[in-house]
Design a protein around this ligand. Structure first.
Ligand SMILES: [Zn+2]
Length: 163
């Protein structure tokens, strides 16, 4: 189990620190509950991350976070297991003032100055947001290949179910 990773986010940015590590997804309890995890996983899913402090970006100390992982979920169309490939990148500006007008810009993420920021919690929150609500195979879904590659009309499929 990964120990909590607590950082002073302002110091981390100002000193341009760098932290890269990996850990088993089972350390993130809320996320793990949403996944198709079972003992058969010979290689339990691993989460890789890289946190880079940048002393000044848009004239603010900021953090760049990269998260890379492959997570097993159940395809909602054919109900077999599939892997979601995630390679996520985030930039956060660190601020000590709650509102200064810029935070209405959706392009920019803000983190409040925090000398005890829980990095694992941030990673878990971002992964939970990035996970598709109803994952389906983009191609080679076994449910689709039965229908000679044609996209089934979802309403027709629904109708069939209620006959
Ligand atoms: Zn499928």
């Amino acid at each position: 189990m990964m120990k909590p990773l607590i950082i002073n986010n302002l110091e981390f940015a100002q000193e341009q620190q760098k932290l890269a590590d990996s850990f088993a997804v089972s350390s993130l309890k809320r996320l793990a509950e949403t996944l198709a995890l079972h003992d058969k996983n010979t290689n339990p899913p691993t989460i890789y991350f890289e946190l880079t402090g940048i002393s000044s970006q848009f004239s603010h100390p900021s953090l760049h976070l990269r998260i890379k992982t492959k997570l097993p979920v159940i395809c909602q169309r054919c109900l077999s297991e599939m892997l979601i490939n995630l390679d996520l990148n985030f930039d956060y500006l660190i601020t000590d003032t709650a509102s200064n007008g810029i935070d209405e810009n959706d392009e920019i993420d803000w983190l409040e100055l925090n000398n005890e920021m829980d990095l694992l919690e941030l990673i878990e929150d971002e992964l939970l947001l990035a996970m598709p609500i109803a994952p389906v195979h983009e191609k080679n879904c076994s449910k689709l290949s039965m229908q000679s590659g044609e996209n089934p009309n979802p309403f027709a499929m629904l109708k069939g179910k209620f006959k």
